[in-house]
Design a protein around this ligand. Structure first.
Ligand code: COA
Length: 166
């Protein structure tokens, strides 16, 4: 946010913060969201296979979510419960034009709520060692580093493993 916008409460597109916040809906990822999610995935250089997205909304419907703003998909989170008491965030992405407005945090808060409902006691995720923005977001939400996985990603980059209690 620019300083003058910060003081006026207005964002770059002229929508004030409260109106924007009120217009964000977090809901289940539906098959018809796939194209929009894939577009976001490309924009943020995710490069995940479309079949992965389909597997999430089919097999993990409770914890695969989108953020919708004015009828548009602004971001998504793909999560699953993979151990009796563990929720895992597989992938979180927000469309560049909608970033830094709390959408990522809202998606994370909702997926953690749903993990809890599924009986999870902890949430874990992995994040690229270079992705300081995501790390800052997760730290601000109570995640802490519990491990390091060298060469975790296909390009050889190290992953940090982060966890928080739910
Ligand atoms: C990481 C990512 C998901 C974060 O999404 P986001 O919607 O921008 O995140 P948020 O807006 O909730 O939080 C980001 C920052 O904006 C700040 N923020 C939140 N709401 C805000 C608001 N209304 N106005 C201004 N700033 C705000 C947060 O405090 C946070 O600041 P910080 O970086 O100092 O912690 C997004 O940058 C993204 O899609 N990146 C590419 C893919 C990626 O890296 N995914 C994570 C894989 S592990």
């Amino acid at each position: 946010m620019w300083p003058d916008e910060q003081s006026s409460g207005r964002l770059k597109d002229g929508i004030d913060e409260k109106t924007f916040k009120d217009s964000v809906i977090i809901r289940r990822f539906m098959p018809e969201d796939l194209d929009a999610a894939l577009e976001i995935d490309q924009e943020v250089f995710g490069g995940y296979d479309p079949n992965i997205f389909a597997a999430f909304y089919e097999y993990h419907p409770i914890s695969s979510l989108v953020a919708e703003v004015g009828g548009q998909v602004a971001g998504f989170v793909l999560g699953f419960k993979h151990l009796p008491f563990e929720g895992r965030v597989f992938w979180l992405a927000v469309k560049p034009g909608y970033q830094n407005r709390g959408v990522g945090m809202r998606l994370m808060l909702e997926v953690m709520k749903r993990f809890r409902r599924l009986g999870a006691l902890n949430a874990t995720l992995e994040v690229r060692v270079s992705n300081k923005k995501a790390q800052a977001l997760y730290s601000s939400m109570g995640f802490h580093m519990i491990g390091v996985c060298p060469a975790y990603y296909s390009d050889g980059e190290t992953a940090l493993i982060m966890r928080r209690r739910l």
